[in-house]
Design a protein around this ligand. Structure first.
Ligand code: FAD
Length: 433
């Protein structure tokens, strides 16, 4: 019997330490640090590095990485349990060296980078001395990368990049960008583009504007609309094989998507915790909100949403550890990605509702969580695309029926059963002898 739902006591001790450290040391930072990726912010520069040092000393730095890159090489199940805690605080992933998009970018640098690229970009990225951006989506389309037009053309020993990218998160703070560009327009559609490493200060890299998310004040955003005008990078700026940007992107996004899901479990749990406390604390018409059946339904539904989603995330993490091959868990990862926005949106909306006017105010985080659920339904691909991937994978395991009626058409099954047990039925007079 291999089904287990328990954390081993030794790792539970680490989780307990992380829980307290996040609560006591990191959660307060969320109220005073505007953007944890802004390495030039003096408050961030004073407060975050000492905490990162504590995490390193504890052996919990960049737990998604193997020992060759300075991490403990935790499997995905351990990461899932840990990320549930980190997901509760905006600054926690960066304190633990596990923040997106740097974690995904470091994964592809580790996987595909040349020794020189690793030395120049990967080592400082892993140490959080720099941050990075991933520049793939274009203004004319994101869900379908086949419509991208940003090009990189060889000119002697250099690539010359031209085009525009949209929503390159954290580009304003990044030391380099990983840019997806068409290098081989004559190839089949999925082999036309390559990944290139572009230093953020290369001449011709221009942030047209930093787009904010709904509710951000103008100019406060960190999702860059970027123009690349005749940007020259050396021939060896190619990351991964030429024409294989799709394959490189998949390597990156597989891990990224499941890590987002793990952190989201933390936000969902936090919403439920706050909802339950409020339901027990507030009275109306002489009784606790918790005694109102419709509030009870909201709490029960939220618990069910949380626990089912958490199990799906943990099962997916377990399958990633078991198969060590993202192609074998594509359906699972798409399922986790597709379900994530709905569960967060539903639970956060109920928590907002139970808190009444306070819930909708800017004194509670729920409106932010609801908005965030919409980000999750887009970043790393829209929900619809993931549902389509999941459906295709599910359908792989089925065959069409070549009969006019379905295989499990009751009259057909009944006739087959009658033939199989004809002797018995005849003996009992249920069929003519
Ligand atoms: C918070 C956030 C951070 C992001 N960070 C980055 C980043 O760092 N780097 C980067 O390159 N990009 C980033 N993105 C962009 C993200 O990858 C795109 O938003 C996403 O791929 C969708 O592209 P789009 O916005 O152009 O929408 P579109 O491609 O225009 O799609 C719009 C809508 O059309 C529908 N749709 C699309 N395709 C299908 C389909 N096949 N079937 C059914 N319906 C469909 C969906 O409802 C979809 O939401 C980020 C986005 C967000 C929200």
């Amino acid at each position: 019997m291999a089904w287990e739902f328990e954390t081993d006591p030794e790792f539970q001790r680490e989780l307990d330490w992380i829980e307290e450290f996040v609560r006591e040391e990191i959660e307060p930072l969320d109220h005073i640090i505007d953007h944890p990726y802004d390495l030039d912010d003096p408050i961030r520069a004073e407060l975050i590095p000492p905490l990162q040092e504590t995490v390193r000393e504890r052996g919990l730095w960049s737990c998604h990485l193997g020992p060759d890159l300075g991490g403990p090489g935790y499997g995905q199940v351990k990461l899932a349990l840990m990320n549930e805690i980190l997901g509760r605080a905006r600054c926690a992933p960066i304190v633990f060296g596990a923040q997106a998009p740097d974690s995904g970018n470091s994964e592809i640098l580790a996987h595909f980078g040349t020794p020189a690229q690793k030395e120049r970009w990967l080592q400082p990225l892993l140490a959080n001395e720099i941050v990075s951006a991933f520049s793939m989506t274009e203004p004319q389309g994101g869900a379908d990368p086949k419509v991208f037009t940003t090009s990189a053309v060889r000119d002697g020993d250099e690539w010359v990049i031209n085009g525009e990218k949209w929503f390159s998160s954290n580009a304003r703070y990044a030391a380099f960008l990983i840019v997806m560009a068409v290098t081989d327009p004559g190839n089949p559609p999925y082999r036309q583009q390559s990944m290139l490493i572009v230093p953020a200060d290369a001449p011709g890299v221009e942030i047209i504007r930093n787009v904010g998310l709904g509710g951000d004040p103008e100019g406060a955003g960190s999702h860059a609309y970027i123009r690349y005008s005749n940007v020259r990078v050396p021939a060896d700026a190619l990351l991964g094989p030429r024409g294989e940007a799709f394959m490189v992107a998949q390597t990156r996004l597989g891990g990224g998507r499941i890590h987002h899901a793990m952190r989201t479990v933390g936000l969902i749990r936090r919403s439920l915790d706050m909802m339950a406390e409020r339901a027990l604390s507030r009275t109306t018409q002489g009784e606790q909100l918790a005694r109102k059946q419709m509030v009870q339904e909201m709490i029960a539904d939220s618990w069910l949403d949380l626990e089912t989603y958490r199990l799906l995330v943990l099962r997916t993490a377990w399958r990633i550890d078991k198969y060590q091959d993202y192609r074998k868990v594509r359906a699972d990862i798409s399922a986790v990605k597709a379900m994530m926005p709905r569960v967060l949106r539903d639970v956060a909306s109920r928590a907002l509702q139970v808190h009444g006017s306070l819930g909708v105010s800017n004194e509670m985080p729920f409106a932010g969580y609801v908005t965030q659920s919409f980000h999750m339904g887009l970043a790393d691909g829209p929900t619809e695309v993931h549902k389509a991937t999941l459906a295709r994978q599910v359908l792989h395991d089925y065959e069409p029926s070549d009969d006019l009626f379905p295989t499990r058409h009751e009259p057909k099954l009944r006739e087959q059963a009658r033939q199989k047990y004809a002797d018995v039925l005849k003996r009992h007079g249920r069929l003519p002898a």
